[in-house]
Design a protein around this ligand. Sequence first.
Ligand code: MN
Length: 670
Amino acid sequence: MAKKKDISNLRESINKVDESLIKLLSKRRELSKSVILAKESSRSAIRDQKRESDLLNRLIKLGKKEGLDSHFLTNVFYEIIEDSVRLQQNYIQNKINKSEKRSSISISFQGIEGSYSYLAAQKYFSHSNYSLNFHFKKLFSEVVEAAEKGEADYAILPIENTTSGGINEVYDLLLHTTLSIVGEEKFQVKHCLVAIEDIPLNKIKKVYAHHQAAAQCSKFLETIPKAAIEYFADTAMSVQRVAEEGNQHFAAIASEEAAKLYGLKILKIDIANQAENFTRFLIATRKPQKVDTRIPCKTSIVMATSHTPGSLVDALGVFRKYQVNLLKLESRPIIGNPWEEMFYLDFEGNIFDEQIQKVLEELGHYTRFMKVLGSYPSQELEKTKLEYTKILNVEEKVHSVEEKKEVVKAPAVVKGKSKSYRLASREYKPEDTIIKVRNVEIGGNGFVVMAGPCSVENEEMIMQCALEAKENGAHILRGGCFKPRTSPYSFQGMGYDGLNLLVEAGKYYDMPVITEVMDTEQVSEVAKTADILQIGAVGKTHRPVMLKRGLSASIDEWLNAAEYILAHGNRQVILCERGIRTFETATRNTFDLSAIPVVKELTHLPIIADPSHAIGVRDKVIPLAKAAKVVGAHGIMIEFHPDPPKALSDAEQALYFEQFESLMKDLYKL
Ligand code: MN
C-alpha cells in the first residue's frame, strides 16, 4: 500500500512541474510579443540567428550540467524558437494586410473531417485566433470554386507529395483560378492501419484505402496477403466506412488523428514504405496578400515560353542573372496543344521586392504567357546550427584564408603519359566536388567525422552509439549491417534488421547514415533508406558512394575504379583511404597518409581517412585520425563501441567512448 501512495505523490509532483512549465511557456510567449513591438519601431529583422545560436549553445551547456543531453534540449528549443518566430510573423502579416476583425473563417477542402487536407488546414491556422468552419467538397474543382464565389474564405489544396510527386489536377486548376496563393503548409503524412478492435493482423479480411495511401504502403500490404483492398476517394472516408460497418475484420489506412476522430483503434503505426512522407498544401484566397519584406518569402508563377529554341534556358537564365534561388520547376502539358508545356515555378523572393519585379519584367521577354500565383511566407525555418566547440568548451583553431587556400591545390600539370581516368581528374573539374548529404557537406574546406560501431548489434547499442556521436559533434553515423567474414562462424551482421535500426537511430538523432554493402543486389535495396553507401566494388545508385581503396590498389587504380562509377552516372563518389597491404605485419594494414595530399591534387573528389581499419589497434587510431586532418583529409571515419572488448566485430580497434570524446575535442584544435 505504501508503494501506491508513493507513486501517487510522485505523480502529483510531476503534475505540478508540468503546470509550471505551461505557465513559463506562456510567459515566454508574452515576452516575445513585446519583442515584436520593439522590433517594429526599429524595422530590424524578425530572426536574429546569431542571438538564437548563442542562446541555444548557452542553454545546451547549461543543460549538460543538469544531465540533459543536447539532442533533447535542441528539440525542445527548436519548437519554442519556431513558435516565437511564427507568432511574430503572423502579427506583422495581419498588421500590414489590415485583416478585418472577425471571430471565424471558412475553409473549403477536398474530403471529410479527418482527411489530410483538414488536418493540414488546422495546423496552418493554429497560430490564428479564428474559429474554423469547414466546407467539405468532393472534387478539387469544387474546392476552388467555393473560394472563388465567396462561399469560403480560403481553399486548401494538396500540391505535391514526397513519395508520389505532383498532383496534376491541382496544377491544372491553378492555371485558371482567380485565387491567389497566400500560404503553404508542409504536413507529415503518417499512415496507420486502423480498425474497430485490436485484432491480429492476419485476421484482417479487408483494407479500405485511398489509392495513393495504398501505393505508399504497398510493402506493408504485402505482409497481409489475405486482406482484400478496396479503394476510396479519401483516407478519412475509408475510416468512416470501417466505423459505420462495425466489422472487426475490416481495417483502413489513415492518420492517427482520423482514427481518434472516428473512435477506432490503431493496429500498426507508420506503415508507409518511406517513413518521411510529406504532402505540401497551398492556401489560396481571393485577395492577394502583401508579405512584409522582413519575412522569408516564396513566389509561385506559371508560364509558357515562346516557340524558339532555347527559350526555357533563356527564361531560367533570368533567375541566374538576378541570383534568385529557384526552388521548383514542374511542367504540365497544355491541353489542346500537343507537345507544348506550361511551367510551374517556385522561387525565393517577394513580388514587392524590386529585384523580383525586375525578374518578372525580364521573364516577359521569353514567355508568351505568365501568371503570378502569389507571394507567401515560406514555411521553412532554417534551423539554428549548434556550435560544438562552445558546447564542448574547446577553443577552435581558426584557419587563415591562406591556410585554407593551400589545402585546395591548383590542378597538377600532367607530365609525360596521359592519365587513364578523365571524369575523376582535376583537368575535367578543377574545383572540389562537394557532396551534400542532408545538412552535411563532404569535400571542400570542411572536415567531416563519420562515427559509429563496426556492426550494429542491437537497438539499445546503436542508439547509445548514435547519442555518443551526436553529443560530440560527429556528422554522420556509421554502422555495418552486412559483414564479410572469412570464417562462417564469426558474426555475419544483422542484415536488413540492422539497417532498419541504423536508419531509425540516424533519424532520431537527425544524422545521415553510412553503411557498407557487399553485393550488387543489396545496392538498390539499401539505397532506399541509407544516405551513403560504402562500397568495396562498384555500384550504380543515386546515393553517394564511398569507395574504399583496394588493399593492394595503387592510387592510379583506385582513381580508375572511381572513374568507373562516375562514368555510370553517379557523380557523388567519396574516396576512402583505409590502409594498404605492405610487407609490414605489426599493423593490420599500412595507413597511406601520403596518398591523401597526392589524391587531392589529382582529383576533385573528396577523400575520407579510415584510421580504424588501417591500423586495427585502438590506441593507435587516435594519433592517425589527427594526422589525417593535418594532411588535409576531408574527414575521417572512426569506429567506437559502448564496451569495446565485447564488440562482435573489430573489437580490438573500437575506441572507448571517453577516447572518442577526447579525440573530438582535440580535432577542433588542429
Ligand atoms: Mn569494422
